[in-house]
Design a protein around this ligand. Sequence first.
Ligand code: AMP
Length: 490
Amino acid sequence: MSTDVIAKLKQMAADPARVWLVGGLTYGELLAETGRLANTLVALGLEKGDRLLVQVEKCEAVLSVYLACLRTGVIFLPVNPGYTVAETEHFLHDAEPALAVTDPGRVNGLRALGARVIDLPGLLALSERQGADFSDPAQGPDDLAAILYTSGTTGRSKGVMLTRENLASNAEALVGLWRFTDRDVLLHVLPVFHTHGLFVATNCVLYSGASMIFQRAFQPAAVLAALPQATVMMGVPTFYTRLLADPGEMGAATAHMRLFISGSAPLSPATHAEWQDRTGHAILERYGMTETNMITSNPYDGARRAGTVGMPLPGVEVRITGPDGKALPQGEAGAIEVRGPNVFQGYWRLPEKTAEEFRDGWFITGDMGAVDARGYLSILGRAKDLVISGGLNVYPAEVEAALDDLPGVAASAVIGVPHPDFGEAVVACLVPDPGEILSETTIRAALRDRLAAFKLPKRVLILDDLPRNAMGKVQKAELRRIYQALFVDL
Ligand code: AMP
């Protein structure tokens, strides 16, 4: 069993000099703040197992509220502040939180939906009147710590139930693998409503007694200015491409850095190579999802192979299965399934949906992948994004890799759309590098040497931008919706 998050917090707070936030709280002050907030939640009538919905713009206090929930046994339920009030209704009705904490501007909107609401400044003001001592009730490893909603690109978003052990086991595995120590300073630029910025980043810091520079938004200039004080940065691929868009010299600001990590969406080998050229650092790519925390990671010491997500974390098992659910031989492409202490307990109030996504204790991730002879996993895309053209499987990631390799291509997304002859046709959506002019004909000609005929895009659409969610993930369902009628008149 792993050390619980709160036990770890108390251990770290025993050293009065230990800094949690650079220019902000020490661990001792963090423990006191979480104590006051825990007392406040109890005073407001919240009990173990109740849900606390937190929908606020990124700020330091969110992390204290998260930890206060863990101290009381209240389930932390963060929601993207980018959602409108109407979009938030689903979470209120589905999770039935005992209390919602939000920004002042959203209080009336959520109240109108029938929620009990307090704004974050109001909650913090109440906590100032509480004592810092809180006698923590006993918590078990299988108690729920948080419910995070999936981004719900197709259908309704589902509440992912995560236990304390899910979080603790993953934090311990990552700290060991990525060699976090109390000398580290993490540059925190990710959102805190999502597993990446909330659990991966924050818990790696907490479990190693490290510090963080906490920035409320990702702004390339502010990141570049803070890097000299940091040792580790975690980001999504779009962070790295946006930093690379700055033509300035980056070697000096990054020379002392220990580690750059990327995840939540595929990092193109081209970005990996350019980052290495400009900074000398090989970005370490890892793979995970809300339901499973982190699953695989490229090695710290061994080769970090671009286009792969590395090997399973210690204690985590991965297998690749065929359509019959049987494990496939090494090298073959199939469904990625995962098992281990990192895997969630199921979808909130959706037992049938949960049962569908598990097979013999393995969670079916919904991603397709293959493991190479050296044990590195490559992600071939979401199963629902697989294109079946003329009866043949086309893995979007393979076509995207070929496209990203072509000069002048900044980003690509490959989708399948209905086609009268082929069932589905491969369609490529491309964004050119700034100032580049790409033509459909030359792109298709260039791909001919690289891809079998059935994988060649029937159309190449040159776009200004790709639709992405808050984590920088391309919204393929949205692209399919826009281009669904591309071939209907043929
Ligand atoms: P989320 O639950 O929002 O974190 O999304 C999880 C999904 O993001 C996974 O199922 C993958 O499809 C995708 N993902 C996460 N990390 C990577 C990665 N390194 N490469 C490719 N896809 C990734």
